[in-house]
Write a protein that binds this ligand. Structure first.
Ligand SMILES: Cc1cc2nc3c(=O)[nH]c(=O)nc-3n(C[C@H](O)[C@H](O)[C@H](O)COP(=O)(O)O)c2cc1C
Length: 199
């Protein structure tokens, strides 16, 4: 599927068919997500994938009964490791020769050290890109998605044993749509949101 077709046909789907995704399809989607950009290539996203029906039902309950969570073939809980930057950062540049590799690792440490706001901002940026990659990748594989923040983050964190230095950023559910999305809410016109050179 052409990228623009994937962009135009991606909608937030609230009802899915009973359908099992193959392991290969799930891996293809996750491998694509790993190609999404992260600052300094720190790859701070972590993905908890759920296909087990009992667990999806529990997640549906923690999402205030939003049925798409129970019906989807796959639920991806996008998390981020806030401390990814200090966990052997040289491995994010393992393909480089020693000198630039060490220098990049030092730059990473300098940027993030003592800067919890940046850790959190970077978590949201990285997961945002990964989520869009997942949604467009899924669309081009013939699947549909819904990005979600309407759930109890603390209880979902407990359910998935979220490590104390990680956060959950959002969920994306994936499946074969059972119902078309409703009318688009209505997009703002370009001139309201685009500014040439400055506001
Ligand atoms: C961060 C985020 C959180 C969202 N949370 C939910 C949610 O909990 N439940 C839901 O049904 N839709 C959720 N949505 C979907 C939005 O309502 C939807 O993207 C928006 O209305 C535009 O529609 P479209 O995605 O079909 O273009 C969320 C979207 C985003 C980006």
């Amino acid at each position: 599927m052409d990228t623009f077709d994937a962009i135009k046909t991606r909608r937030s789907i609230k009802s899915f068919q009973d359908h099992e995704m193959s392991k290969d399809e799930i891996n293809k989607l996750l491998e694509a997500a790993l190609l999404s950009p992260t600052s300094y290539n720190i790859q701070n996203w972590r993905f908890v994938i759920v296909t087990n029906q009992q667990l999806k039902d529990k997640l549906c309950e923690l999402s205030y009964g939003q049925r798409q969570v129970a019906e989807a073939s796959l639920v991806i809980i996008l998390c981020a490791d806030l401390k990814a930057w200090e966990k052997d950062p040289e491995r994010y540049w393992k393909n480089l020769p020693e000198e630039p590799r060490k220098s990049l690792a030092n730059a990473i440490r300098q940027s993030y050290s003592g800067n919890p706001t940046l850790e959190k901002d970077e978590a949201m940026r990285s997961c945002g890109f990964a989520a869009q990659t997942i949604m467009l990748g899924a669309r081009s594989m013939g699947y549909d998605t819904c990005p979600m923040e309407g759930f109890d983050f603390a209880k979902v964190g407990k359910l998935i044993n979220l490590p104390s230095d990680h956060i959950i950023t959002m969920m994306v559910v994936v499946g074969k749509k059972a119902k078309e999305a409703g009318l688009r809410g209505g997009q703002l016109p370009l001139p309201e949101v685009v500014f040439e050179n400055s506001f």
